[in-house]
Design a protein around this ligand. Structure first.
Ligand code: PMT
Length: 397
């Protein structure tokens, strides 16, 4: 079970092609232990059937205000009262308009109107419908009322046009739901994170790099954001979308990463160095592509890159510093050595073959009190446990 296990969520589905993503969202929620109820508008049932949603949620699906299965005919009260969150995905322009106008003419709109819990909308519509001033007025009014918006995103649309209005992917909405339920352990803290590899040019074509995907660092950024922190993420070259609500600074080389960190570090309380920074760079990268010619061997003249984490930790009033170490052997021994050498309070150690590029990982934390195994799990889950550990260390300081 993840941090949302046992939470009570109602998923509402309105009419839109993106309704197929709601099936995936239901699967993710149920798999993570959420107690899920599903209600659909009549238009929603045209895109995905109640039978599908019933099979995925393992619960009866509700579509009608006059559902005879509800003994007192108060479906809108009965289905919403014990819920902690209602998520409408997809939320059509029509449905958003109804909610903004306070209309309650069918089960789902009545349910939203009568709710006592938070409401999250994942809009899905054509780009012009999204841009339409009436839609924008409705969205602004609902935001003012405290409704949470998950997206929409920019991109290709089912109608063949391109622009804002595409519904977020199921995983992205799931991520925001997890964030909604996360305890605000780092509320008000400013967190700076490095993630991914660096690329050190050899010539205009070749680079020295490593296979860090950025997944671990991005997961830590998400977990810190969900815990209420203001997060800045300095990312090496990776193909991941930045977590929403996080300030992202893209860099390529270790020197660029160092400059970005130097710039951001005066405004941070916690520095988490997840990046796999290249220790060396080519002294004089060739300005033109190196030709193979007749040479049997090629020697590169390397010089050391700055140690960003050690530099931050050595500042007069350093932020709380967390290092990472990926080792291929003797994990505990190397991790403890690194922590002492860099003079940092906390180090997260993982094995190269388990951590690099993978979705799951296994982490052991090392601090003054010794080793704390976090166990094995999805990087998102381990990142949440790391944030809990950091928050606990800061609380006792
Ligand atoms: O990106 P993924 O595919 O998800 O993989 C995640 C990861 C394996 C990259 C991550 O979990 C991890 O272990 N990162 C640290 C990699 C490493 O072994 O770093 P290191 O031993 O070279 O450095 C130790 C610490 O100093 C790290 O916190 C590193 O960010 C930092 N460092 C290192 C060198 C340098 N020049 N500057 C630094 O700041």
């Amino acid at each position: 079970m993840t941090g949302v296990g046992g939470r009570r969520v109602l998923l509402g589905i309105t009419g839109g092609v993106a309704a197929y993503k709601a099936a995936d969202l239901a699967r993710l929620l149920v798999k993570s232990g959420v107690d899920l109820r599903v209600a659909m508008t009549e238009a929603g049932t045209r895109f995905v059937t109640p039978v599908t949603m019933q099979a995925l949620s393992g619960q009866p699906v509700y579509t009608d205000l006059w559902d005879p299965r509800i003994p007192d005919n108060m479906a809108h009260i009965e289905l919403s009262r014990d819920r902690e969150l209602i998520v409408i995905a997809p939320a059509s322009a029509d449905f958003i308009g109804k909610l903004a106008g306070g209309l309650a003419g069918d089960l789902l709109s009545t349910l939203c109107s009568a709710r006592r819990c938070a409401l999250m909308l994942a809009p899905a519509m054509n780009v012009e419908m999204w841009r339409n001033p009436a839609t924008q007025r409705n969205v602004a009014a609902l935001r003012d009322d405290g409704v949470i918006f998950a997206g929409p995103a920019d991109g290709d649309q089912a109608c063949g046009e391109t622009g804002m209005g595409r519904m977020l992917e199921a995983g992205e909405i799931f991520d925001l739901i997890q964030g909604f339920f996360a305890p605000r352990l780092l509320q008000g803290r400013r967190v700076l994170i490095t993630a991914g590899p660096t690329e050190e040019p050899i010539d205009p074509v070749r680079v020295i790099t490593n296979s860090s995907s950025g997944k671990m660092g991005f997961a830590v950024a998400r977990a810190a954001r969900d815990a209420g922190a203001r997060v800045t993420l300095v990312a090496g070259p990776v193909s991941l979308d930045g977590p929403a609500g996080v300030i992202r600074i893209n860099v390529r080389t270790a020197e660029e990463m160092f400059a970005a960190v130097q710039n951001a570090v005066p405004d941070c309380d916690i520095f988490i160095s997840v990046a796999a920074v290249a220790d060396y760079r080519v002294k004089r990268p060739a300005t033109q592509k190196i030709k193979k010619g007749n040479q049997r061997a090629l020697t590169l003249d390397l010089e050391e890159n700055p140690d960003i984490l050690a530099w931050v930790a050595a500042r007069p009033r350093p932020p709380f510093c967390v290092g990472f170490a990926a080792e291929s052997e003797n994990l505990a021994e190397h991790a403890m050595e690194k922590r002492a050498k860099k003079r940092i309070p906390l180090l997260a150690a993982n094995l190269v073959h388990e951590a690099l590029g993978a979705d799951d990982n296994s982490i052991t934390l090392f601090d003054d009190r010794g080793a704390h195994p976090l166990g094995r799990g999805a990087k998102g889950e381990l990142a949440r446990r790391l944030v809990e550990h950091i928050a606990a260390m800061l609380d006792v300081k």
